[in-house]
Design a protein around this ligand. Structure first.
Ligand code: GUN
Length: 376
């Protein structure tokens, strides 16, 4: 994997670049649609490629390991072959999902024992096991196994958890480096910075992560309920330490405003369920602001969802029609809304790249943030 930086913004830490994997290039800053179970919910691969032009999607170790399971993924020849997506894939390690989804979980030095949210069966995730699982899933970028601390979090817990995440990271690296991909292309491992909302812990964690010299680095444990200002403060501190010539990935973030602010702080990669999950609940992001399509207000609005955005879903269907579909819980409603919201998120990062290149990123960001967060 190579990462080339093209432009840096003179007024902020924002930059544009290209991340090249064996499954193709990714223009950064990038938003990665979340495809938890090997599918970006309600969106076809064809739409992801041709309508949205997604350059990379996410998968989740936790979900894919439980279902369809490693035997099927291995027989298929990896996730790319299984779901027919030939562009890059990143898998999260389960270091987040196992805490938020599984029923009972116990965190120990060895790893995390948990019960499946599907059938209650007992499992253990260890750093070594999670590397082997992600080798078998076959993502281009795989994530270290970590503990994402909740918010708020006592200092002592945050420190002990971070220290364990660092020990787990060493175990991940040892296992990853002594194994190879199964399918003939290269995989890379990104470590994850933790440290909750404590500046000294964040600095320490960023130093440890940077010292491993991997091809890219991630920031975890944010957007878990802390105020946005505190999240930005943590990102700024961490990004002073993470190497500038490697991609930086902010996990699980966020709103359009969060993304634009984090880009200004030097973040290159984002993922979040927000565009797809909100879409299924009728919350739409548009170039004029946020719409709740279920509101009475849109009942007889026959204008396109977002004419200015362009793209198939956003221009082909009216607000009134989408309101009807979402209120009737029609499958097509979730499809159109998801396609629209992802079109918006990919448009947002494309615009960001253009404004970084043009040298006016900061002023564009400030105008955009006010506009995009308006409730229509
Ligand atoms: N997704 C969002 N936050 C996190 C995190 O802290 N760790 C992992 N592994 N995934 C995340």
């Amino acid at each position: 994997m190579t990462f080339t930086i093209h432009q840096t913004d003179p007024q902020s830490q924002a930059r544009t670049g290209t991340l090249t994997t064996d499954h193709g290039p990714i223009q950064t800053p990038i938003f990665m649609p979340v495809g938890t179970a090997g599918t970006v919910k309600a969106v076809h691969q064809r739409e992801l490629e041709h309508d949205i032009n997604a350059e990379i999607i996410l998968g989740n170790t936790y979900h894919l390991y439980l279902r369809p399971g490693l035997d099927i993924l291995s027989q298929a020849g990896g996730l790319h072959r299984f779901n027919g997506w030939q562009r890059p894939i990143l898998t999260d390690s389960g270091g987040y999902q196992v805490y938020s989804l599984s029923n009972t979980r116990k965190i120990k030095e060895e790893g995390v024992t948990f019960k499946s949210h599907i059938d209650g069966s007992a499992h253990i995730f260890t750093p070594e096991g999670v590397m082997d699982i992600q080798r078998t899933i076959g993502a281009d970028i795989i994530m270290a196994f970590d503990e994402c601390t909740p918010y708020p979090c006592e200092y002592d817990y945050a420190r002990r958890s971070m220290d364990m995440t660092h020990r787990w990271l060493q175990r991940c690296i040892t296992r990853f480096d002594e194994t190879q991909g199964h399918y003939g292309y290269r995989q890379v491992l990104f470590p994850i910075v933790q440290g909750s909302t404590y500046t000294d812990l964040r600095r320490q964690s960023a130093e440890v992560v940077a010292s491993h010299g991997r091809e890219g680095n991630a920031i975890g444990g944010l957007a878990v309920g802390e105020p946005a200002e505190q999240m930005y403060e943590m990102i700024a501190i961490v990004n002073e330490i993470l190497p500038a010539d490697k991609p930086r990935y902010l996990m699980g973030v966020g709103t359009p405003a969060n993304i634009l602010e984090a880009i200004a702080l030097g973040v290159d990669m984002f993922d979040c369920v927000m565009p797809t999950r909100n879409a299924r609940h009728g919350i739409l992001f548009t170039t004029e602001g946020v719409i709740n399509i279920k509101n009475e207000k849109w009942r007889n609005d026959f204008s396109p969802i977002d004419a200015a955005l362009g793209g198939y879903a956003s221009t082909q269907y009216s607000r009134a029609y989408l309101r009807h579909l979402i209120r009737s819980e029609e499958i097509l409603g979730a499809q159109i809304a998801s396609l629209h919201n992802l079109t918006f998120y990919l448009w947002l990062v494309r615009e960001a790249r253009q404004h970084i290149a043009a040298g006016d990123y900061n002023s564009w960001k400030n105008d955009m943030t006010t506009r995009l967060m308006k409730r229509l």
